[in-house]
Structures are given as C-alpha cells and as structure tokens.
Design a protein. Structure first.
Length: 163
C-alpha cells in the first residue's frame, strides 16, 4: 500500500483577497485525512487560468492526488476545468460523472458543475465544487475509488475488487 498524499487548491477570488474565509479547503482536508491521506500542502489562489495551471503543474509533482475546490460552475470566472484540461495527459470522465450523478440525487444544481478529473504524470487531479457541502459530498462520492486509482498510477496494475 502506498502512502497517499494530497494537495488541496482552493480556487476563489474572494478567499484569495481575504473577503471570505476558505471553509471548503479545510473541509476537504478533514475528509481526506479521515480517509488516510497525508496533506502535502494547501493553498488559496484566484480564479485565473494561468495561475491555476501553474499551481496544478507544481502540485502534481508534489502529491499523488491534487484536489481543486471551486471554479467549476458556469460563471464567467469559473475556469478551473479549462485549466485542468490544459495540463492533464488523460481525462478520467467516470469520476466526474459519478460525482454529478450522485450529487443529482441531492440537488438538481449538481448538473451545473463542470468539474473534471484527469491524470498528469503519476498524479490524479480532481475538481470539486466550491461550496463546502457540495465539495464534501462530491469527494465522498468518489473517495472509495481514489486509492485504487493512485495504485494504478504508481504502477501497481493488479486489479482489486472494490465495493
């Protein structure tokens, strides 16, 4: 079993400017810690595509799982999915599909989330919505498959039953 490391990037203009407290990043850190992840680092950055891309590149060298929180909606400044798609090698559509499908059981607004999941090198990048509740629920929808995904990315391609 590999040591699971995670980096958390909160993407929020208002939190970056100090106008509101980042509640989502710490909530995701708590969920990941409870699932056995070590948090390598956290940061709050603005909704600027170039800054998000650079942060994703750097974090994917430092952690096996890079989780973004925020910037996945349809507002003009929501560019996290575009930044992620620009830096990943391969997309993993089923992860985002699972988050949205399970989210839709709780709120029709889940359909507005444009978050993606993909692979950069040996890291998995996962976009979560910005609200603390939606971020935690989205992570909970896929947390059980993340360790196996990280095992596969680390080169351990033995298939395991999950469920």
């Amino acid at each position: 079993m590999i040591v699971k490391t995670a980096s958390i990037l909160t993407i929020s203009d208002s939190a970056h400017q100090g106008k509101r407290e980042d509640l989502s990043g710490p909530a995701i850190a708590a969920e990941l810690k409870a699932a056995g992840f070590q948090i390598a680092n956290t940061a709050v950055i603005p909704d600027e595509q170039d800054q998000i891309q650079e942060a994703l590149k750097a974090r994917s060298r430092e952690a096996q799982l890079v989780v973004t929180v925020g910037g996945t909606g349809i507002a003009a400044r929501d560019v996290t999915p575009e930044a992620t798609l620009a830096v990943i090698d391969r997309i993993v559509p089923g992860v985002a599909e699972r988050m949205r499908s399970l989210g839709a059981l709780k709120t029709p607004l889940a359909a507005l989330s444009r978050g993606v999941c993909g692979v950069r090198g040996q890291a998995l990048i996962l976009n979560l919505p910005g609200s603390p509740k939606a971020a935690v629920e989205s992570l909970q929808a896929v947390i059980d498959i993340l360790p196996h995904a990280l095992e596969l990315l680390s080169g351990n391609t033995e298939h395991k039953e999950i469920g």
